[in-house]
Design a protein around this ligand. Structure first.
Ligand SMILES: [Zn+2]
Length: 61
């Protein structure tokens, strides 16, 4: 399966719907990949308002 990024929260997943938003607003056209593994220590997680560990796209079209 190809990776797809959620347009709402930028989370990257393999399925047909975002595991966080439960929506199908996914796009395979995204740039940048951020892996968040430390929520409290990550400025990126804070800036992106990420609340869960995982892989996120920087930009989703
Ligand atoms: Zn989402």
């Amino acid at each position: 399966m190809t990776d797809k990024a959620c347009r709402e929260c930028h989370r990257i997943s393999h399925g047909s719907a975002c595991p966080k938003c439960k929506t199908a607003t996914l796009s395979d056209d995204f740039t940048g990949l951020v892996i968040i593994f430390d929520l409290k220590g990550s400025a990126i997680a804070h800036a992106m308002k990420v609340e869960e560990k995982g892989r996120y796209a920087l930009r989703v079209r």
